[in-house]
Every structure is written in C-alpha cells, then in structure tokens.
Design a protein around this ligand. Structure first.
Ligand code: HEC
Ligand code: HEC
Length: 382
C-alpha cells in the first residue's frame, strides 16, 4: 500500500473510531494476504479517539459496528428491568416452570445447548440433559444483536421483536399459555402492577402490548460487539494473533463472509446448506412462508458471533461441534480445503467472534414468587 493510501485509510479509521459508528469505510487492505501492516510509529494500541492508530489488515472493507436504532436507545430503564423479570418468570408458562430463559439461557450464548428446544412439562432445570414431552422442531436461536435485525426466526417469519414476543406463549411446545391468562396472572401480582406502571408511564396497565414491549426492550440490550475482532478493527492490533488473522483470511477466501457478513457475521440471505434432515421432522424452511418450491430447505444465515457457545448447530441441531459445522460449511463451498483450514476457521470463530458480556442476567427471585428455572451455576447438583 502506498504511503498516501495508508495515511488516507488511517484518517478514515480515526474518523470511525472517533464516533461515527454507522459509517462504512474502506481500509484498502483487501487481498493483502494476512500480513499485518507495519507499525509506522503510530499511537499503537491505545485507540485514543482522534489519535492516529494502526490499520487492521482485513480481507473485506472495514465496516464499523452499526449504531443502535432509536427504539433501543430511548427506553426507560424500568421497562428493561421489567422485561428482565418477565423473561425469567415461569408465570408465563402453562406449567409455571418454563420461561424464555429456559431455552434462551445466558449459560449457552442465549440458546440452550440442546439440539431442539424443550418446552413446558420438563421441569425447572434448563440446558443439557433437559428432555420432555414438548419438543420444538428447531434449534433454539441465540438472541444476540436482535436490535439490528430485519427478520427473525430460522425462516424469517417475523420482522418485529415486539410482535414475536407473544409467539412463545402461543406455541404449545414452548410456553403454551393463552396470553389472556398470562395477563390475568400478572395483574394478580401487586409487584407486577407497580412495575408495569413504572415501565409504561403513558399507559400504566398490565396489557399484552406492554408485556411484549417490555420483553422486546430487554432483548434489544443483548448487544455483542466487544469481541477480539471488534477490538482489532478499532486498531488494537495485538488482539488477533497471526493464526487468528490467517483464519479470518481463509474464512473470506472460502466465501463465508458472503453470507456471514461482517461486522455482524450474519445476513438476510436465506440459503439451503444441505443439512441432513432428522427422521420424523418435517421442515421446509423459507418455503413454508413463501410457498415457492425453490425456497425448500432454505434458512436464514445465523450469526457466527458467540457460535462457540451455542452448540449444537444448524436449524435442526444435527451437528454437535463447531469444528464439524465449519467442515460441513467448507464442504458446501465447492472449493478444495484441508484440515488446517477447518482448524484455523474454527479458531477464528471460536476466539475472535466471542462476546457474551451483555447476555441476560438471571434473577434469583421473580415477582410471581415461583422458583426461577435453573441452569449453569444455579444447577441443582452443583
Ligand atoms: C421451548 C424453548 C423455547 C422457549 C420457552 C422460548 N423460545 Fe424463543 N426460540 C426457540 C426456538 C426453537 C426458536 C427458533 C424457532 C424458529 O426459528 O422457528 C426461538 C426463536 C426465538 C427468537 C428469534 C431469534 C432470532 O434470531 O431470529 C426470539 C426473539 C425468541 N425466541 C424469544 C423468546 C422469548 C421472548 C421467549 C419467552 C416469551 C421465548 N423465546 C421462549 C425456543 C424457545
Ligand atoms: C450462501 C450463504 C452461506 C455461505 C457462503 C456460508 N454459510 Fe454458513 N450458514 C448459512 C446458513 C443459511 C446457515 C444455516 C443453515 C441451516 O441450519 O439450515 C449457516 C450455518 C452455519 C453455521 C452454524 C451456525 C449455527 O449457529 O447453527 C456455521 C458454523 C457456519 N454456517 C459457518 C460457515 C463457514 C465457515 C462458511 C464458509 C466456508 C459458511 N458458513 C458459508 C449460510 C451460508
């Protein structure tokens, strides 16, 4: 890269770091093959806004992490706190033992560590080895970076987090509780009546709209943008070692970023990745929404952020390990690859794309007084 090219790129990067988070800049390093640019006497890894910083070597144009939408910013704190309690309160389930946090647990990257979600009727313990009579036909999705999403679910059938929030109640394999009964139950708990009033000063009632809005507001706080990759693109070059940078370049060379697009490492691309079907489960994916034969077997591209903790993988949870999932996806690329490619790409996803710092926090007690579902360190035998 020419001297001029590099300083121009540094200016762009400095501007990005200085706060215009939604801007997209081109670092001009495409195809530079994994070598880190020289230090050039810059301010190093300090990352002080305004100071020149080192240029990351990237296989794609540098794109800053998106700004949160207004709906995720202008939110009363009381609404988020109410959403947090509702998310973990089994009062919203028919058996009074199951909650959103049963299948979307902070111990499993906001998923559940199970091939398929196991809903009501299976007791308080969440995560493996939970089993029960009501099993969903798909793998529970992780809930990071929902604030930036255009479509939700493996088949994209919802486009609004607020609209989505009531669906788990209606699903007989999940919470299976009539929303009207849920509202009656909540309205009978004096603490909830007060919490709803504080969360919705303009409409201080216990309604299903407010229930959905509180759950949505809480879920928008699960932002994952503090991974090593995020630090690296801000110029903290020491965060990615040579192997991680090599893994990132191989990820791009194999075309993975066409669908798992940085910086979110997901996209609205629906694709058929030839995931083996599971006996007894009918699932046509996107075609169930569009009714187009060419959409059979297509699913939305999930994020690879935190994928290391959301095993097992794919829409039907049919692949146990991240390495095997990567190998399957490499096989779909049509390009030749080696075991070393699998290892380096798995390591890049595993180490560089992990940040669970803003996962949900499981309360010890909830206003209904019911026992909170248990998982991780709260597991009964630990
Ligand atoms: C029985 C387990 C289970 C329970 C309980 C459950 N979910 Fe889910 N959740 C799933 C599964 C499985 C999917 C994927 C379904 C699909 O794509 O068809 C999902 C998907 C989602 C999505 C879409 C995420 C994305 O990336 O598109 C959101 C949001 C969500 N759930 C929120 C909730 C909320 C809020 C609750 C409680 C009101 C809840 N879930 C209760 C299993 C569960
Ligand atoms: C054409 C778009 C596309 C490309 C290219 C692509 N993927 Fe995927 N990827 C998907 C879709 C869609 C899924 C979900 C498929 C399903 O479950 O049916 C997925 C799933 C995954 C998963 C499992 C994630 C989870 O949470 O279950 C991993 C890991 C993965 N891809 C890695 C890669 C790697 C590595 C590459 C490059 C070799 C790659 N993908 C290339 C679209 C793509």
């Amino acid at each position: 890269m020419s001297r001029y090219g590099q300083s121009a790129a540094i200016l762009i990067l400095t501007a990005l770091v200085a706060g215009c988070g939604s801007a997209t800049g081109t670092a001009g390093s495409a195809g530079s093959g994994g070598d880190v640019p020289g230090t050039g006497g810059s301010a190093g890894n300090g990352g002080t806004a305004g100071a020149p910083i080192e240029l990351p070597s990237l296989p794609w144009p540098l794109t800053a992490f998106p700004e949160l939408p207004d709906i995720a910013i202008d939110v009363p704190e009381a609404r988020i706190e109410l959403g947090n309690l509702l998310f973990f309160d089994p009062v919203l389930s028919i058996d009074s033992e199951t909650a959103c946090g049963t299948c979307h647990s902070e111990f499993w990257g906001m998923s559940d560590g199970l091939p398929l979600g196991v809903g009501n009727g299976a007791g308080l313990p969440a995560g493996p080895p939970r089993e029960g009579p009501n099993v969903s036909r798909r793998n529970s999705l992780s809930l990071f970076n929902l604030a930036f999403r255009e479509s939700l679910f493996w088949d994209g059938r919802s486009d609004s987090l607020q609209e989505q929030a009531i669906m788990p109640l209606l699903d007989e394999n999940e919470l299976n509780l009539d929303p009207d009964i849920a509202i009656d139950r909540l309205a009978a708990v004096p603490e909830y009546v007060e919490l709803f009033a504080a969360a919705f000063p303009e409409d201080p009632r216990v309604t299903s709209d407010n229930l959905a809005a509180a759950l949505a507001a809480f879920q928008r706080t699960f932002v994952s943008n503090r991974s090593l990759y995020d630090a690296y693109i801000k110029g903290h070059l020491g965060t990615l070692d040579d192997e991680l940078i090599e893994g990132m370049f191989r990820f791009a060379e194999m075309g993975c970023h066409d669908c798992h697009a940085p910086p979110l490492f997901e996209s609205e691309i629906f694709a058929n990745r030839n995931i083996p079907a599971i006996d007894g489960i009918e699932d046509e994916g996107l075609a169930e929404i569009t009714e187009l034969p060419e959409d059979v077997g297509k699913f939305r591209t999930p994020s690879l952020r935190n994928a290391v903790v959301t095993e097992p993988y794919f829409h039907n949870g049919s692949v146990d390990t991240l390495a095997d999932a990567v190998e399957h996806e490499l096989g779909q690329s049509g390009l030749p690859f080696t075991d070393e490619d699998v290892r380096l790409i798995e390591r890049f996803i595993n180490k560089a794309l992990r940040d669970e710092t803003r996962a949900a926090l499981r309360p010890r007690t909830v206003p209904s007084g019911l026992p909170v579902p248990v998982d991780g360190q709260l597991f009964p035998f630990l």
